[in-house]
Design a protein around this ligand. Structure first.
Ligand code: BGC
Length: 887
């Protein structure tokens, strides 16, 4: 391999995806080249149907030819039309700064899924098993056996469900994925998965057997009872295609020949938990040789919604956690047999149980994020979610292992309790005492790769960074949820919007947001409005108001910044425009959004701000103020988006919208001397952060903002929308010192207060728990709510100083802005960007600031050093020094 070459090939953000339905997939790679100022000057992509053809240098699908370009992200396939099941291999040759070509990269693959409705010959099947409005029924197994008598070349399982499925072939799960086909608005779009099952099928007798849970389709979602949102019975659709060495194909599809039986999963619900009776286990239920009783399935009505390929990371177990404490008998609980384990970390997922005990004993597992003073679980904040699992032992003398399949919980503590009685009979032997090996925490999330590292000399900030990342782990599960524990777990648009840029530093969320943006399309109202939660889940389809519905525009723009995802802007341009147009129509004559009596929902204000008056949950910053400010902001973004897409007339239109809102804002809320009619921190942050004030009023307004912070002894009083703007605005106006001061406050309210009080994730409120008052209002008291984690972006951007240049997205040009302060003596961050790894660190010794940065090939940067000097940098490693005043 030449010294320079392309590596880490990705197709649609995925490594060797199979079963995609994008007709024009995009290719990306990293350039590997250690020479200084490394740069790609040209590329050539070759795509063929086989390795053999690729190596003949006559690729039969596409040859881009040599393209003089530094592009390495999102290159659109422009070869022969791709059809269902096409298997493709591709490679990339790149030319370096001196015009020398590399060897072709290691080949990568992609494969098309089923593109036509007619490709699906499988029918939808179901069983008569149905729960009630409140009780979840046993989970059925749907199975069939079949024999294969010709050698097998390859095999694919195309599979989906209304509900959640767990497919097995010949005794093995077909993948490590959980909760497939994933959560979408099943009325609008249903995802399917494609699995390579060549290793599982074999010549001879075969069995395919699939557990079919209720999941989001039938089970409880937020405040809805079971069966209300989508349907009352789960259904399954699977198509197994086995290609033989002679080229012939055997299809095994769901149809009336399948049989069903009840599984040991006696009930399962995302919010309520799962119950399993191991005594009902049947050997070989998922393999040949099964002789138990089964019944014919029913043919279900095929859903109207289209089947689309899942093209982002599935939910998987991303970490395993062992308890940090030795088990101790729990106090503060009804059952003297209870034991509480502490995983030392709040997270989303399930527990793997490993126990030994008498047949028929039932272990109850309850979960909580916090313990009460008496040592018992704090479950009040779960509201109506029951969050309880049950496992009934079969009595295996060698011990038994179990984990739930179709539920997840948000927790740090698990309580195990059991009864030594079964139907009033004392069980023969007692339960073997629980020990640390009895439980293992399995962390579940959409398996988005960690891309960001941040670390500095302040231990509490490091814990804050950990809490932010864990908050993301806990809530990026299918959709960006507000929280993972109570009866909510919804894709709240406002929360997602404020956190999206931090999320894109921490992890590769490009595919995750690509999917969620499609969810946003599905949720769009006929007039263009965007609801509060996406997927819309019975909370109300109307517009969610400022800062929430604006996610429609802000999230794609954020992804474009982080990943140079042009297509995300293109694909969602029309719905974004419809939403912006609707807003523009809704401004009153004075240019004010959410004006009084405007007749629609005017939003959540600066949600949970500490300046709200006792009469109201709404912040002291009025909704029309926030609405107008946010509209100006979103319209401005939309104008930028239109420019990027070359739509000059639209760009002008959106700029006019912005102008109207800015004028309205100034007329209504700003005095001639730069005072705002609203004296809150948030008000000034919006006015300054969204550039709403004329030049001459900015400094006076900023001075006033400082006063407001000073009045609160340099503490914040902002909520979900205002808080993320504090440090960026202070820094922009030259007061990073104050940003540090507020960030580093260890008392209430502020980011480090929960950290000081033992938080391992972000809390919904600064005072979700306080030493003097205990727990906050249980009605809304999540300990895993990422919104305030939006500070993460500032930590990367400014403390470590790796910032995106909005004019050259996807880290093509990087703004390096290391900003010492707060007494920190060093900081370091690394980000795996779409172009490669950027790593920057600094330390201060004897007032000497030492800085190093490594830029990946094909990028440039401008470095702004604390001494005021700036430098233009090329790819490679650089070191600088300067003198700093005491930080
Ligand atoms: C959610 C929030 C959400 C809010 C809307 C809450 O119940 O948990 O995070 O944004 O409602 O105000």
């Amino acid at each position: 391999m030449t010294q320079h070459h392309a590596a880490r090939l990705r197709c649609e953000y995925l490594e060797n995806p199979i079963g995609i339905d994008e007709l024009h997939p995009r290719f990306s790679w990293w350039m590997i080249d250690l020479s200084p100022a490394a740069k790609q000057t040209a590329y050539r992509i070759r795509v063929a149907t086989s390795i053999g053809t690729l190596s003949t240098d006559k690729p039969d699908l596409w040859d881009s030819g040599k393209v003089e370009s530094s592009d390495q992200v999102g290159i659109v396939y422009a070869g022969k039309p791709l059809t269902s099941r096409t298997q493709a291999v591709w490679d990339v040759t790149i030319w370096d700064a001196n015009g020398n070509p590399s060897d072709p990269s290691q080949p990568a693959r992609f494969e098309m899924g089923l593109l036509e409705k007619s490709d699906w010959t499988a029918q939808w099947i179901e069983t008569p098993i149905e729960g009630t409005g409140v009780a979840a029924p046993p989970v059925p197994i749907l199975r069939r056996t079949f024999s294969i008598n010709k050698p097998i070349q390859s095999a694919r399982l195309y599979t989906t469900a209304l509900g959640v499925y767990d497919a097995h072939i010949n005794g093995q799960r077909v993948s490590d994925d959980y909760f497939r086909p994933g959560w979408t608005d099943y009325h609008k779009r249903i995802q399917y998965q494609t699995y390579d099952v060549a290793k599982q099928v074999a010549v001879g007798e075969n069995t395919i057997a699939t557990l079919l849970g209720d999941g989001w389709y039938v089970g409880r979602v937020a405040f809805n009872e079971r069966g209300v949102l989508y349907g009352t019975r789960p259904a399954l659709c699977q198509q197994l295609e086995i290609t033989h060495t002679d080229g012939s194909i055997t299809q095994i599809v769901t149809d009336e020949t399948w049989r069903y039986l009840e599984s040991p999963i006696r009930s399962s619900d995302m919010l309520d938990g799962e119950s399993y009776d191991a005594r009902m286990e049947l050997s070989d239920w998922n393999a040949a040789g099964f002789s138990g009783e089964s019944h014919p399935v029913l043919i279900a009505k095929a859903p109207d919604a289209p089947l689309v390929a899942q093209m982002n990371e599935s939910v998987r177990i991303v970490k395993e956690l062992t308890p940090v404490n030795d088990p101790k008998p729990a106090t503060g609980t009804w059952n003297s047999n209870a034991t509480i384990f502490d995983f030392g970390q709040n997270f989303s997922g399930i527990v793997r149980l490993q126990v030994k005990g008498p047949r028929g004993a039932t272990i109850r597992l309850r979960y909580a994020e916090m313990l009460k003073e008496n040592g018992g679980l704090y479950t009040e904040n779960l509201r109506a979610a029951r969050v309880t699992d049950h496992y009934t032992l079969k009595g295996d003398p060698n011990g038994e292992t179990w984990q739930p399949r179709f539920t997840f919980h948000g927790f740090r503590y698990v309580e195990l309790s059991f009864s030594n009685h079964w139907k009033d009979q004392k069980l023969a032997q007692p339960m073997q005492p629980f020990d640390k090996q009895s439980v293992c925490g399995l962390v579940l999330m959409s398996d988005t790769r960690v891309t960001g590292e941040f670390e500095c000399s302040h231990p509490l900030l490091n814990q804050l960074q950990s809490n932010i990342q864990w908050g993301q782990r806990g809530n990026f599960l299918e959709v960006p949820t507000d929280c993972p524990q109570r009866d909510e777990r919804l894709g709240w648009t406002g929360d997602a919007q404020v956190f999206a840029s931090t999320a894109a530093y921490n992890m590769d969320v490009a595919g995750f947001f690509t999917k969620w943006m499609r969810d946003c399309d599905d949720a769009e109202q006929p007039d263009g409005r965007v609801p509060r939660v996406v997927p819309e889940a019975g909370i109300g389809p109307d517009d969610a108001g400022p800062g929430w519905s604006d996610a429609r525009v802000i999230c794609p723009w954020t992804m474009y910044q982080a990943y140079a995802d042009h297509r995300m802007l293109e694909r969602h341009y029309e719905p974004m425009k419809r939403w912006i147009d609707w807003q523009a129509r809704s401004l009153n004559e004075a240019g004010i959004r959410c004006s009084e009596n405007c007749g629609y929902f005017t939003g959540y204000s600066d949600w949970l701000a500490l300046d709200s008056t006792w009469q109201s949950v709404w912040s002291a910053t009025p909704k029309d103020f926030i609405g107008t400010a946010y509209f100006a902001h979103s319209a401005g973004i939309m104008a930028d988006i239109a420019k990027v897409l070359g739509r000059a007339a639209d760009a002008k239109l959106f700029a006019n919208y912005r102008q109207k809102a800015v004028e309205g804002f100034n007329r209504e809320f700003v005095t001639a001397s730069g005072r705002l009619s609203v004296q809150t921190q948030a008000a000034y942050l919006f006015a300054l952060g969204f550039d709403l004030l004329p030049e001459n009023l900015r400094q006076p307004a900023f001075d006033r903002l400082l006063k407001l912070f000073e009045e609160r002894h340099w503490h914040l009083s902002t909520g979900f929308l205002g808080t993320p703007m504090i440090c960026p605005v202070l820094t922009r106006f030259g007061r990073a010192d104050i940003a540090y001061k507020i960030l580093l406050q260890e008392d209430y309210p502020g980011w480090l207060f929960p950290v000081k009080n033992g938080a391992t994730t972000m809390w919904e409120r600064w005072n979700s728990w306080t030493p003097d008052k205990g727990f906050g209002d249980a009605g809304m008291n999540s300990f895993n709510h990422y919104a305030y984690g939006a500070i993460g972006r500032w930590m990367y951007d400014n403390i470590a100083g790796i910032a995106i240049d909005p004019a050259q997205p996807g880290y093509s040009h990087i703004r390096l802005t290391p900003t010492p302060g707060g007494g920190l003596t060093h900081a370091r961050a690394a980000i795996d960007t779409v172009r490669g790894r950027v790593e920057a660190s600094w330390k201060i010794e004897n007032a000497q600031f030492n800085y190093t940065v490594t830029l990946p090939p094909n990028t440039t940067a401008t470095l702004f050093l604390p001494d005021g000097k700036s430098h233009q940098l090329q790819a490679g490693k650089h070191a600088y020094e300067c003198v700093v005043r005491d930080s």
